[in-house]
Design a protein around this ligand. Structure first.
Ligand code: PLP
Length: 408
C-alpha cells in the first residue's frame, strides 16, 4: 500500500459493532468491570483508553514499529524515553552515558541539562553530522547503558545526520540510538527502518498539524524498552487524554497532503531567500547547496517545511519577524499556517546559560530566523517576506546606514 493511503485510511474503531468511520472519543476515566477480580481490556484511562489505543497502534504502524505510545507532550515523550533508557525510576546509581546531537530543541537541552544529567547520566554534546566525532564519543567507556539522541534534520539549524551509519556505529559498541523525527514526520522519514532503536515526536507539530493540541509520541520495536516506557506512562500519568488522542488521529488523516504541500512551499521560499542579498545564509536541506542535501535524499522522502536563515544582524532579523504580515510570530512549527520566530529568544531561550558559558552547548546565531512553512500560497509567502525584508532594511536604515542596495 502507498504511504499516502496508510495515512488516509485505517480501521477507526477495531471490533466496534457500530462500525463508526471516525474513532469514537471514549471520554471516560473508568470502565465497568465484570467483577472485582476481572479487569477486562480497559479499566482506567490513565492505564489504557480505546481512543488512545487506536492512535498508538497507528503511530506504531506509521513508524514501522511494534509498540506506540501517545504522551501528553513531546517533552513528556522525551522525558519518559530518557527515564526508561537509563532506568531513572529504578536504579539510584550507575546511570550510563548520553551522547546528544549538538543542535536540539531548546526544551530538550533544558531537560537533559537540568533533569537528566543531575541524576548521574554523563552527557556529551557531539556534532552528529561528523561520524568521526560520534565514533570518538562512543569510544569513551560508560558504566551503564549508552544512548545517542539526535534530531535529523535538527531544529533550528536543519543539520542532517547519517542515521544508518550512526545506528551501525552505536550498535557495534553496544549503544542504542534514539531519533527525534519531529521535523520530518513519519510521512517523510522512518528512523526505525534506518536502524534507530526508538523514534520520538512532538505530536504538537505535524501529527496534530493544526496548532490545537499538545502531544508527544514514542515508537519502538524493542520489547524491554516498550515495557519500561509503558510502565512510566501509567505510573506517572503522562498518557495523552482521549480528546487529544482523537485530535491527533484526525490530524494524521491529512498529514500526507499537508506535509507534501509544506515541503513544496518551503523549497520555493528557501530558493527565494537564498537569492536575496540581505540574507547571508539559508539552512534548508532541500537546497542543493545545503551540506546535508544528498544525505537527506538517501534517507528521507522529502525535506520538510522547516527552514532558517541568517542576516548577520540580530536587530534586522528581529525587524523582519515583526514586519511580516502573513507569518505569525509564534514558537512551534508544523501547523497549517506559517510562523516566524527568533529561536535564540523564543523556542531555544530555555537552553541553560551555564551550559553555553561552560562550552557544553554551542550558542545559536543571534540573527537566526526560523520559518515554519504552512499551506498558504508560496507566492503570497514570498511577497510577504520580500516586503518584510524591505521594511526592515528601511527601518534599520533610519537608525544606521546600511551598505548595498535594497532589493524589491
Ligand atoms: N522535539 C522537537 C524537535 C521540538 O521542536 C519540540 C518542541 O518544539 C519538542 C520535541 C517538544 O515538544 P512539545 O512542545 O510538544 O513538548
Amino acid at each position: 500500500m502507498h504511504i499516502d493511503t496508510r495515512f488516509a485510511r485505517f480501521d477507526a474503531a477495531p471490533g466496534d459493532p457500530c462500525r463508526p468511520t471516525s474513532t469514537p472519543i471514549y471520554q471516560t476515566a473508568t470502565f465497568e468491570q465484570e467483577s472485582a477480580l476481572e479487569f477486562g481490556r480497559f479499566d482506567y484511562t490513565r492505564s489504557g483508553n480505546p481512543t488512545r489505543t487506536v492512535l498508538e497502534d497507528k503511530l506504531a504502524e506509521l513508524e514501522g514499529g511494534r509498540f506506540g505510545f501517545a504522551l501528553a507532550s513531546g517533552m513528556a515523550a522525551l522525558s519518559t524515553l530518557l527515564r526508561a533508557a537509563f532506568s531513572l525510576d529504578v536504579t539510584p546509581t550507575s546511570r550510563g552515558s548520553l551522547i546528544v546531537g549538538s543542535d536540539l530543541y531548546g526544551g530538550t537541552t533544558r531537560l537533559i541539562e537540568r533533569l537528566v544529567a543531575p541524576l548521574g547520566v554523563t552527557v556529551s554534546s557531539v556534532d552528529t553530522t561528523d561520524l568521526q566525532a560520534v565514533r570518538e564519543a562512543l569510544a569513551n567507556p560508560s558504566s551503564g547503558p549508552t544512548w545517542i539522541l539526535l534530531e535529523s534534520p535538527s531544529n533550528p539549524l536543519l543539520r542532517v545526520s547519517d542515521i544508518p551509519a550512526i545506528a551501525e556505529l552505536a550498535h557495534a559498541s553496544g549503544a542504542r540510538l534514539a531519533v527525534d523525527n519531529t521535523a520530518l514526520s513519519p510521512y517523510l522519514q522512518n528512523p526505525l527502518a534506518l536502524g534507530a532503536d526508538v523514534v520520538a515526536h512532538s505530536g504538537t507539530k505535524h501529527l496534530g498539524g493544526h496548532g490545537d493540541v499538545t502531544a508527544g509520541a514514542l515508537v519502538t520495536r524493542d520489547e524491554g524498552l516498550a515495557e519500561a516506557i509503558g510502565f512510566l506512562q501509567n505510573a506517572e500519568g503522562t498518557a495523552l487524554a482521549p480528546f487529544d488522542s482523537w485530535l491527533l488521529l484526525r490530524g494524521i488523516k491529512t498529514l500526507a497532503v499537508r506535509v507534501a504541500q509544506e515541503n513544496r512551499n518551503a523549497l520555493e521560499v528557501a530558493k527565494f531567500l537564498e537569492r536575496h542579498p540581505a540574507v547571508s545564509k539559508v539552512h534548508y536541506p532541500g537546497l542543493p547547496s545545503h551540506a546535508g542535501h544528498d544525505l537527506l535524499k538517501k534517507q528521507a522522502r522529502g525535506t520538510g517545511g522547516l527552514l532558517s536563515f541568517e542576516t548577520k544582524d540580530p536587530a534586522f532579523s528581529r525587524a523582519i519577524c515583526e514586519s511580516t504580515k502573513l507569518f505569525t510570530i509564534a514558537v512551534s512549527f508544523g501547523s497549517t499556517n506559517s510562523t516566524i520566530s527568533l529561536p535564540c529568544k523564543m523556542s531555544h531561550a530555555s537552553v541553560p546559560d551555564q551550559a553555553i558559558k561552560q562550552g557544553r552547548i554551542a550558542p545559536l546565531p543571534a540573527d537566526l530566523v526560523r520559518l515554519s512553512i504552512g499551506l498558504e500560497n508560496p507566492g503570497d509567502l514570498i511577497e510577504d517576506l520580500k516586503q518584510a525584508l524591505v521594511c526592515s532594511q528601511q527601518s534599520e536604515a533610519k537608525l544606521k546606514p546600511r551598505a548595498g542596495p535594497l532589493l524589491h
